[in-house]
Every structure is written in structure tokens, then in C-alpha cells.
Design a protein around this ligand. Structure first.
Ligand code: C2E
Ligand code: CA
Ligand code: CA
Length: 708
């Protein structure tokens, strides 16, 4: 075998793929370089030794096929193995490439386990062949040198020839495995075997261009290995398959690494955790901590911007976590000290080994939180993801490693519940809270089925005239056993579980219907209805269409609807937020920024949000009599931007007077009205300002009651 590392060249016009490949492959002791187009590839190879090339088919300018053809005039498949990289759909290119001398191909999106296995197969073939060229014993040894096991299945006799390598991969001597298909299928993991059968059947029925599938198969020692199986059928003139041959590649190593980020995956992490746990159990002075990190707004980003961007984001975040943890300590990715893993989705874990105090862990968590608060550039957009972090420290009371993971997870949930973008250290009270939260989630579902929700309405008042210009709809949950539950308790749970989507739709439709009723009844004033929108709802791609359809059905004018959004709902992904807001504006819906001043410092974005209204958060109003600086600033800001300003939480006559002096036009608060149910709000409207329309009986009744 050669002692120098093999040199690979990646040719791809996508810088992200080049970057990923370089980072992933350089860990495998390859020398790796990348160029971004065909021309540079041809230039590069003139000057530098290359053992294997990964060549993108679709590139602007000199495409991959052209590069391939040029190169094959000079180098054969052994001198320069070329693996084509192609999009899933372009199978005719693949055929052409293989006909023109490509050694193999891989498809995007790139699965590194597969890439690695194919590279290794090609390289070991290359090395074997090179050796063979010297010794003149070509064929026999080529098969020995290849990493893949080969099989050849004759359907007429139903016998499969398994190559010696196929058998030795599973730990068997050549004479220990026969020729029955069962030799293969009975060793496949029970969870995988049906899928493999189905994949083969699909190819035999010509539904797929070849058979390809990953499965676990049992080694002689009892452990399972991950294999990539590939094969192709040979057909008679009628197209019926009579034989099928293929290969089996060991991709086990790739399977413990997260393909997207290159971090250890759950399997490897649990293994590491298990070892640390055993070590700590054995010796008194060894301890460790576990950090559980979950991104706060990732689902939103994924749903609104698509998985591709979501993936880029995860890669960027993984990179940042890694550098941070590394800089906190002398760490190596697979090193002894700390393991950073991607557990799945947007969950990451960090195992801090050999630490003696919880402070060491909280320091790491602090650093991560602060590093993540720097904006990320993804796809030329600025994003502000935050993460909630839970920390659990080993103590001898733990019986299994899973318990520590569970506690770190619970602490993470608690951090999320308290306010996101922060960390919490596990304590046993949290377990009770987690149980309560789960219970609330179930009850929320039941509550929706039983229609236990009701809208309350709080008037928005013009300060000059004290007239009601509209209402804000506020949801209430009349729980059958626990009485009224305030939104602050259940909205966060509804947001996390996605129940906010149907709930939000119910709010929107109910509130709009109520507004329509009031408008018909009190025809003289154009009452508006303010509706709170959660982030989840706000970034739904069909929001605009949905609003239009509902308003059309209810026959309520778009201009009567004010949607209230908070800064924090928009900041994870301001660009999409701005886009949706513009669409809403286009159909005539108005937009208010809720709780203004409490969120991120979104001032730099404020002029870009197409708003109609700012709502001053009630915390500023309640402090106003001692210090009116903020309220004054917001009112000025609103005026300069041409926005309506509503002060929230106005409770005293003093505040009313002060706000009028400062030039604030509108207000909401207990001094005018607490939130009340629909019928009380109707009474309020009548009492305050509107002469009733004499038509309906109920109106007459109410009116006569009022005048009694
Ligand atoms: P918000 O949008 O800031 O709503 C104003 C909150 O302030 C309401 O609390 C209201 O009852 C309260 N409030 C109004 N005037 C005064 C006052 O003078 N003094 C004091 N101390 N409080 C006052 P509520 O109804 O408990 O709602 C809390 C939050 O829950 C709302 O804050 C809003 O963010 C959310 N929410 C309410 N309904 C919905 C809904 O239908 N959908 C969504 N996504 N969120 C909702
Ligand atoms: Ca609001
Ligand atoms: Ca508010």
C-alpha cells in the first residue's frame, strides 16, 4: 500500500459542497483540494498529482461530461478514477458518463457515508490494479483488492454466487456460506429486510433504474454492520429479468457520523455517554456534565425557507458550537475530553468529560449562548437563531446514562419555557414541571375538541374623544376543571406543539365574524379588530391566501383587520417576515408591532417593516409616571415613521393625561375597559357611543335595559 495520503480533487461550482467535502474528507486522511469549474480542473491536473476526482456533472461553462471526455484521452480509469456527482433526476447523464469512462457516480444530496465508501472502493481498486499492473496478474487480485463484496443471482436456479470478499465482510470463510438467497436475507436486520425486498422488486419491475438501498446485516460476531447494496438486473429481449448482480459496501463507519454536519450522531454519542457513565461509576473523582441544546425557532425557518436553507443553517450552527466549545477547552471532535454530537433535527448534545464543577459546564453554555447571538448569514440573509440549553451533571444517584440525557432535556425545556435563548441547570423540580407541561398539552387538545375557548375583547380608545375605535381580541380558555386559564400559560405550549395553527385560525375567524356583526349593527363607525398572531402562524406560507378567503366569506373589509405581531416573532427570520408583511399590506390588512421595545433591538429593521401601528408595551406605561423617557421616544419615533401609536396597559387618569400631553393618540387599558366577552363588549359599544339601529329585537331589549 502507498504510504502517502491519497490526493482528491473536488470539482463543483457549488462552494457549499466544496467546503463540506473539504471539511469532511480531510478528516479521513486525504489530501483534498477543490476547484469551482471545469476549466480550472483541467488546469489543476496539469500541475498537481490527483489520485481521484469527484466531478460535478452540471456546471456552467465546461461541464463535467466535457471534462471527463478530455481527461479520459490522457488517463485511464486506474490512473485517474473519476466519480461523477449528479442531481437525482439526470440519469441519462449518468449513463453517458459511465459510457465515457467514469468509474462511478454519486447523487446529490450528498450522503457522506456513501461518498466515503465509494471513494475507498475506487482507491483500493486503483491501488490493487496498480500493483497488479506490475505483477501482471490482473483479474484475480483485483477482486481481492476491492473493498466491496459482490453477488450474482440467477433467478432460474435461484442461486446466488457470493464473492469471498462478500463473505469475509461478514466474518465468514468462503466455505461457510452457501448459494441460497436466504444466506443473505436472513442476516439482514428484521427492520430492514422488507425494504430491501421491496427495493429489489421495484427494480425488477423496472420502476427504478437500479437497485440501491442501505440495510443492517449481522456479522458472524453478532453485531450489525451497515451496508450499501447496489445491483442491476440483466433482462431478456422481452425485458424480463433473469439475473441480477451487484455489490455490497460497508458504510458502518459513516453511520455513526451525522451526514449533514459531520458531527458524531446519536449512536456514537450514546456510546460515549455510556463510557463516561461507566468511568464515573467506577471512580469517585471522575465526573462529567451533559449539555442539551435545542434551537428555538428552527421549525419556523425550515417551514418558511425550506429544508435546504434549514440544512445550511444547521451546518453553520454546528460549526459555531464546535469552535466555541473548542475555544473553551482543549477539545477534539472525537477526542477524549468532549464530544459534540447532533442528536437529530435541531438538537445537539455536548458531553463534557472529566470536569469537576457545574461552573465549568455553565461557562460553556454561556459562551455558546453569546456566540449564537451573533447573526448568521445564510443564503445572503441575516438570521438570528437562538438556542435553549439544558445542563445535567452526573451524580452517583443516576442508574443509567439515559437518565442524565433525559434530565438535560428537561432542563432544556425549562429554559425554553422561561424565555428561550438561555440555559438552565437541571434540578428535580423541573421534572414535575415537565410532567405538568405534558399534561397541559394533552388537555389543550381536549379543550379544542370540547370548544372550551372563548374570545374576550378589549376596547382601543381614541384619547382625544374617548371613543372606541376598535377591539383587541384576547383568547381565554374556560377549562372544565381548572376554571379560566390565561393565554400566557397555554399559548407557549400551543406554539411548541403546533396546536397554535388551528387555534389561531379559530381566533381569526371568530374575531372577524364578531367585527362583522358589530359593523352591521353599529354602521356609523368603522370599527377595527386587532388580532394577535403567533410566529408560527405568521410564517405560514399560505397566510395571505387564508386571510383573504376568510374575509371574503365573512364579508369583512381587509382594512378593518389589524394583525398584531411581536418583534420576537419576526426576528428569527426578518426577511421572510418583511415579505409576508408586504403581501398582507397589498391586500389591505393593517399591521401593528406588539409589545414594542421589549424584544430584540430591532430598531435597525423597524423602517423596513411595513407597519401601520406601534403598541407601547405596558411595562413602559406603568413606569411612565416616574420616567417617561421611553414612552416619549416611542411616540416620537412613531410620529416620524408616520405610524399610529397605541399605549397599552393604561390604568390611571394620570397616565391618560400624560399620554395626551405627549401626543399619544390611542390607548388600551383597564381604565377604559378590561377585556370582556362579546356580549359585554357589545353593551360597552352601545353605552359608550353608538345609537342602536332600531331593527333587531335584541338591540331594542338591550337599549331599553340601558335606558331604564
Ligand atoms: P398582549 O397582546 O400584549 O395583550 C395585552 C395583555 O395585557 C392582555 O393580557 C390584557 O388582558 C392585558 N391588559 C390589558 N390592559 C391592561 C391593563 O390596564 N393592565 C394590565 N396589567 N394588563 C392589561 P392577556 O389577555 O392575558 O394576554 C396575554 C398575552 O397573550 C397577549 O399579550 C398576547 O401576546 C397573548 N394572546 C392573547 N390572545 C391571543 C391570541 O388569540 N393569539 C395569540 N397568538 N396570542 C394571544
Ligand atoms: Ca396584542
Ligand atoms: Ca401587547
Amino acid at each position: 500500500m502507498t504510504s502517502r495520503p491519497d490526493t482528491l480533487l473536488v470539482v463543483d461550482d457549488d462552494p457549499l459542497i466544496c467546503d463540506l467535502m473539504i471539511r469532511r474528507l480531510s478528516r479521513e486522511e486525504f489530501h483534498i483540494s477543490a476547484v469551482e469549474n471545469g476549466k480550472s480542473a483541467l488546469d489543476w491536473i496539469e500541475e498537481n498529482p490527483v489520485d481521484l476526482m469527484l466531478l460535478d456533472i452540471e456546471m456552467p461553462g465546461t461541464g463535467g461530461l466535457e471534462v471527463l471526455t478530455t481527461l479520459r484521452k490522457k488517463y485511464d480509469q486506474v490512473q485517474l478514477p473519476i466519480i461523477m456527482v449528479t442531481g437525482k433526476t439526470s440519469s441519462e447523464h449518468v449513463v453517458e458518463a459511465l459510457n465515457n469512462g467514469a468509474n462511478d457516480y454519486i447523487t446529490k444530496p450528498i450522503d457522506f457515508a456513501v461518498v466515503l465508501a465509494r471513494i475507498q472502493t475506487q482507491l483500493s481498486r486503483k491501488h490493487a490494479e496498480e500493483a497488479l499492473r506490475e505483477s501482471e496478474e490482473r483479474y484475480a487480485l483485483a477482486a481481492v483488492g476491492a473493498n466491496d463484496g459482490l453477488w450474482d443471482w440467477h433467478f432460474r436456479t435461484n442461486r446466488i454466487y457470493f464473492s469471498p470478499r462478500w463473505k469475509s465482510m461478514l466474518g465468514y470463510e468462503a466455505n461457510e456460506i452457501g448459494e441460497k438467497p436466504e444466506e443473505w436475507f436472513r442476516r439482514i436486520h428484521p427492520d430492514d429486510v422488507n425494504r430491501v425486498h421491496a427495493d429489489i422488486a421495484a427494480h425488477l419491475e423496472e420502476l427504478t433504474p437500479h437497485f440501491e438501498g442501505e440495510y443492517r446485516i449481522q456479522h458472524k460476531d453478532g453485531n450489525y454492520l451497515w451496508m450499501l447494496g447496489r445491483g442491476i438486473a440483466v433482462r431478456n429481449s422481452k425485458g424480463k429479468a433473469y439475473r441480477m448482480a451487484g455489490s455490497q459496501t460497508d458504510i458502518t463507519r459513516g453511520k455513526v457520523v451525522d451526514v449533514l454536519t459531520g458531527l458524531p450522531n446519536r449512536v456514537l454519542f450514546m456510546d460515549r455517554l455510556g463510557r463516561s457513565f461507566a468511568r464515573a461509576k467506577r471512580s469517585q473523582n471522575k465526573s462529567f456534565a451533559l449539555i442539551f441544546l435545542d434551537l428555538d425557532s428552527f421549525k419556523l425557518i425550515n417551514d418558511s425557507l425550506g429544508h435546504l436553507i434549514g440544512d445550511q443553517m444547521l451546518v453553520a450552527i454546528a460549526g459555531r458550537i464546535e469552535t466555541t466549545v473548542r475555544s473553551c477547552d482543549s477539545v477534539s471532535r472525537f477526542g477524549r475530553n468532549h464530544t459534540i454530537a447532533r442528536l437529530g433535527g435541531d438538537e445537539f448534545t455536548i458531553l463534557l468529560d472529566d470536569i469537576s464543577s457545574i461552573e465549568e459546564a455553565t461557562r460553556v453554555a454561556e459562551r455558546i449562548t453569546s456566540e449564537l447571538s451573533e447573526p448568521f448569514m445564510v443564503n445572503n440573509q441575516e438570521m438570528f437563531p437562538t438556542a435553549s440549553i439544558g445542563i445535567a451533571m452526573y451524580h452517583p444517584g443516576y442508574k443509567t446514562p439515559e437518565e442524565i440525557l433525559r434530565d438535560a432535556d428537561t432542563a432544556m425545556y425549562s429554559a425554553k419555557a422561561i424565555g428561550k435563548g438561555r440555559y438552565e441547570v437541571f434540578d428535580s423540580n423541573m421534572r414535575a414541571n415537565a410532567v405538568a407541561r405534558l399534561q397541559l398539552e394533552n388537555e389543550l387538545r381536549r379543550g379544542m375538541e370540547r370548544q372550551e375557548f372563548e374570545l374576550y375583547y378589549q376596547s382601543v380608545v381614541a384619547l382625544q374623544t374617548e371613543k372606541i375605535i376598535g377591539f383587541e381580541a384576547l383568547i381565554r380558555w374556560n377549562h372544565s376543571a381548572r376554571g379560566t386559564i390565561p393565554p400566557s400559560e397555554f399559548i407557549p405550549v400551543a406554539e411548541e406543539t403546533g396546536l397554535i395553527v388551528p387555534l389561531g385560525q379559530w381566533v381569526f375567524e371568530t374575531a372577524c365574524q364578531q367585527a362583522r356583526i358589530w359593523q352591521t349593527r353599529f354602521a356609523t363607525t368603522p370599527l377595527s379588530i386587532n388580532i394577535n398572531l403567533s410566529a408560527r402562524h405568521f410564517l405560514q406560507s399560505d397566510l395571505v391566501e387564508y386571510c383573504r378567503t376568510v374575509l371574503d366569506r365573512i364579508q369583512l373589509s381587509e382594512s378593518s383587520v389589524v394583525l398584531e405581531v411581536t418583534e420576537s416573532a419576526m426576528m428569527p427570520d426578518p426577511e421572510t417576515a418583511i415579505e409576508v408583511m408586504h403581501q398582507l399590506k397589498t391586500i389591505g390588512i393593517k399591521l401593528a408591532m406588539d409589545d414594542f421595545g421589549t424584544g430584540y433591538s430591532s430598531l435597525s429593521y423597524l423602517h423596513r417593516f411595513p407597519l401601520d401601528c406601534l403598541k407601547i408595551d405596558r411595562s413602559f406605561v406603568s413606569r411612565m409616571m416616574e420616567d417617561d423617557e421611553i414612552v416619549r421616544t416611542i411616540i416620537t419615533l412613531g410620529r416620524n415613521l408616520g405610524l399610529q401609536v397605541i399605549a397599552e396597559g393604561v390604568e390611571t387618569a394620570g397616565q391618560v393625561e400624560k399620554l395626551s400631553q405627549l401626543g399619544c393618540e390611542y390607548a388600551q387599558g383597564y381604565i377604559f375597559s378590561i377585556p370582556v366577552n362579546a356580549s359585554e363588549a357589545t353593551d360597552l359599544l352601545m353605552a359608550k357611543q353608538f345609537p342602536p339601529m332600531p331593527a333587531s329585537e335584541t338591540t331594542m331589549d338591550k337599549y331599553s335595559m340601558l335606558t331604564d
